[in-house]
Design a protein around this ligand. Structure first.
Ligand code: PGA
Length: 240
């Protein structure tokens, strides 16, 4: 059986103390992680990373950056930012719809970041997805194709993930049907890409089992439910 990755995008839900408390509680659930079917990546706020790293005792839970500052241009800067303070980051989310909207990041700059991170041995999770308006116009797949890397970074054997996150589903409780998700994920792998495939958008302990019926899914990018300790544990238990 393949492993499922849970990428916990905590956004700004938890302050530093709450993040540390969360991780300390998680340490007590060590059994959930060994020889089981989940890999966890936690994405706390960047400034909380060193403290979260210190508190974390479970080795197969790793840490990532929610994004990196779009003004950082040089890849050596990115590398040092990501590997600084001994945090040893493994992963970074790019292209989240909130970044696309609030920071006006376009496909070109997002893909630039994606390639730079990937080349610096950081596992990038590239978010793609359509807005409600694009969906209504039947533009879901064309929109997503424009957000994908044009070519598979073949030079780099390190994995990367594409997270399908419909904008209209994030934080709304509305989730596409499994058929719709399958259609998009198949479109992603039928393009020139061979990534791990994640779904994100209102995933919680009540719908995760149904979403797991989608064979193509390798992981979930989870916002709100990943910052609520009990929901998070329930999601892990259901996947296991
Ligand atoms: P949500 O957020 O799970 O709260 O919908 C997902 C995300 O923003 O990555």
């Amino acid at each position: 059986m393949k492993k499922i990755t849970i990428a916990a995008n905590w956004k700004k839900y938890l302050n530093e103390k709450e993040s540390i408390d969360f991780v300390k509680k998680l340490n007590k659930y060590e059994d959930l992680f060994y020889n089981k079917y989940v890999d966890i990546i936690l994405f706390p706020q960047a400034e909380h990373l060193p403290a979260v790293k210190d508190a974390l005792e479970i080795k197969n839970v790793t840490l990532g950056l929610q994004d990196y500052d779009y003004r950082i241009k040089s890849d050596s800067e990115i590398s040092s930012r990501c590997h600084s303070s001994g945090v040893g980051l493994d992963s970074c989310i790019v292209g989240h719809s909130e970044r696309r909207m609030l920071h006006k990041e376009d496909n070109k700059s997002i893909l630039e970041k994606f390639h730079i991170l990937h080349a610096r041995d950081i596992y990038p999770i590239l978010c793609v997805g359509e807005t409600q308006e694009q969906r209504d116009l039947g533009d879901t797949l064309p929109t997503i194709y424009k957000q994908l890397p044009e070519e598979t970074p073949l030079f780099n054997p390190l994995p990367y993930a594409i997270a399908y996150e419909p904008v209209w589903s994030i934080g709304t409780g509305n989730v596409p049907s499994n058929k719709e998700i399958e259609l998009v994920l198949s479109g992603v792998i039928n393009s020139k890409n061979q990534p791990y495939l994640f779904y994100g958008g209102s995933v919680n302990e009540d719908n995760v089992e149904k979403l797991l019926e989608i064979d193509l899914i390798d992981g979930f990018l989870i916002g709100g439910a990943s910052a609520k300790f009990d929901s998070f544990i329930q999601i892990i238990k259901k996947i296991n």
